[in-house]
Ligand binder design. Structure first.
Ligand code: NOJ
Length: 536
């Protein structure tokens, strides 16, 4: 029988370089995470996803793996990983590894062997093609980071495909030997006690076998980033039907271990995403990314929530941010309004059936830091300097401010962190917020506790039209969730008596409101009504 422990778990993304530095070299590591497990347990976290910690030349900060069964010395050792798993388990926390199966590093021994011997067995681990007759790349595909998706190997005269950096060659998932390698890799980590895998670009493993040119992006498909990648319609490089073959093969390895396969399945439409989840095979669940692309307005938030309501229960992990985009609180308007909106939208999503996830620092209400272009390390920002202030992924990757001390509790005093803190203040820190019951940290902690107290068997959500364009609400049985997505206070009429189960303001929580409740802009609340629907 399929395990479903993740449906009662609150997840937390650790971006390892920036979470906590255990050895004082300015880069976060596994021992740093071990040192902060008590904080995560206090917050109420059950599941920690760690960004890649395997050996890597770090062209894409670990998403270019050169050895899938080791630990990069910058992050520690296998013994540290074992200790992390054990120490986490003692606190009731599971560890999720980040699996990067679409591409390896160009320094992986498989790719080195493929370059060294074009007629050898490793050549077909990757996707090689001859140039076009004019000598140019085999097709018009572009890389996610901008520029052609092909790089010429002058020695053999062939191009290799890379949907990301040239140093991240794409694997050939039509080669059964690649499948075998990954089954072995999954089993290796499961034997060490990890609880499953976050699967990097899970929707992009297979490419159309003929690698045809991509047509231009249709006018009704919005450009997400404005880069040349977005000028094409990705019908042959992404979301190919055969992707599920790899997922099914992995499920055979994870299922007996009761482990989770959680996809970074970056498809924004409910219909497309749905095909990747199956109770018996394929991925168990995927992150849901529309909140990362939300341009906040009451109408846009309403559309997003209406879409979320339509998703099959339990198959999505709810996020508003990650290490791959600017901070949610900044994207949603900045300042305290942006912070309220980030928490408010999170509360709405978490009231739906799915896996709640927090990206490190969201619980502190962190906004984008002040970073200079010359400090930025993200390959995407370096390739698009004109847009870096708005798009750089470094905005979400500055080190965690744990305390106001020198080194901010992230690294040793006097040590230069790998990215600057970017102007974090004492009020941003975990230590200061932990002492203040009215802080963002306490509000997020209360949301986690309120989520845990939700009844297991809530019915599907049903939209409630409040007649005010800014007031967005739905009910799941006795639970009413409402958000003020507008810019002015709004009154929320309650359909009957009940208790406030979550509110940002601790003074409101646990109260039985009389008459309408007033919600400030960006605020959300959950009310547990006394009566079932139909009886009110
Ligand atoms: C998604 C990861 O989250 C991102 O950081 C990385 O650059 C790409 N996949 C390529 O692995």
């Amino acid at each position: 029988m399929t395990a479903t422990w993740w449906r009662r778990s609150v997840g937390y993304e650790v971006y390892i370089r920036s979470f906590a530095d255990g050895d004082g070299d300015g880069v976060g590591d596994l021992r740093g995470i071990i040192g902060r497990l008590d904080e995560l347990a206090w917050l109420g976290i059950d599941l920690v996803w760690i960004s890649p910690c395997m050996p890597s030349p770090m062209h894409d900060h670990g998403y270019d793996v050169s050895d899938y069964t080791g630990i990069d010395p910058a992050f520690g050792t296998l013994a540290d990983l074992d200790e992390l798993v054990a120490q986490a388990r003692r606190r009731g926390i599971r560890i999720l590894m980040d699996l990067v199966p679409n591409h390896t590093s160009s320094e992986h021994p498989w790719f080195r062997a493929a370059l060294a011997d074009p007629s050898g067995p490793y050549r077909d681990y990757y996707l090689w093609r001859d140039p076009r007759p004019d000598g140019g790349p085999p097709n018009n595909w572009r890389s996610h980071f901008g520029g052609p998706a092909w790089t010429l190997d002058e020695a053999s005269g062939q191009y290799h495909l890379h949907l990301f950096l040239p140093q991240q060659p794409d694997l050939n998932w039509r080669n059964p030997r690649v499948h075998e390698e990954f089954r072995r890799i999954l089993a290796f980590w499961l034997d060490r006690g990890v609880a499953g895998f976050r699967i990097d670009v899970a929707h992009s493993l297979h490419k159309h076998p003929d690698l045809p040119d991509l047509p231009p992006r249709p006018e009704d498909v919005p450009s997400r980033s404005g880069s040349d990648f977005d000028e094409l319609h990705h019908v042959f490089d992404l979301d190919q039907a055969d992707n599920v073959l790899a997922h099914r093969a992995w499920r055979q390895v994870t299922e007996p271990a009761g482990a989770l396969l959680l996809g970074e399945t970056y498809l924004l439409s409910a219909e497309l995403l749905h095909r990747y989840h199956d109770p018996d095979e394929g991925l168990n669940a995927s992150f849901w990314f529309p909140p990362m692309h939300l341009d906040w307005s009451p109408a846009a938030v309403r559309d997003l929530l209406v879409d979320a309501l339509r998703m099959p229960p339990g198959t999505l992990a709810w996020i508003t941010g990650s290490h791959d985009g600017p901070r949610a609180a900044s994207r949603f308007g900045g300042g305290d309004l942006g912070r309220r909106r980030a928490l408010g939208l999170t509360a709405m999503l978490w009231a739906l059936d799915g896996i709640p996830f927090v990206y490190q620092g969201e619980e502190l209400g962190l906004l984008d830091p002040a970073l200079r272009l010359e400090d930025m390390q993200d390959p995407l920002a370096r390739r698009h300097p004109e847009d870096a202030a708005r798009r750089s992924r470094d905005l979400a990757r500055t080190p965690m401010p744990w305390s106001p001390d020198p080194g901010m509790g992230f690294t040793a005093p006097g040590v230069e962190p790998w990215l600057p803190f970017g102007g974090r203040t004492a009020a941003d820190t975990w230590a200061a917020q932990r002492r203040d019951e009215r802080s963002w940290l306490h509000a997020w902690r209360r949301l986690i506790a309120a989520w845990r107290a939700l009844p297991d068997d809530l019915p599907a959500a049903c939209w409630v039209d409040e007649g005010d364009a800014a007031l967005l609400a739905f009910r799941r049985g006795q639970v009413l969730a409402a958000l003020n997505a507008g810019e002015d206070d709004v009154g929320l009429p309650l359909p009957g008596p009940g208790v406030v189960a979550f509110h940002r303001d601790p003074a409101c929580e646990g109260r039985r409101p009389e008459g309408a409740l007033v919600l400030a802009p960006g605020d959300a609340l959950w009310v547990r009504l006394d009566d079932e629907p139909g009886q009110v």
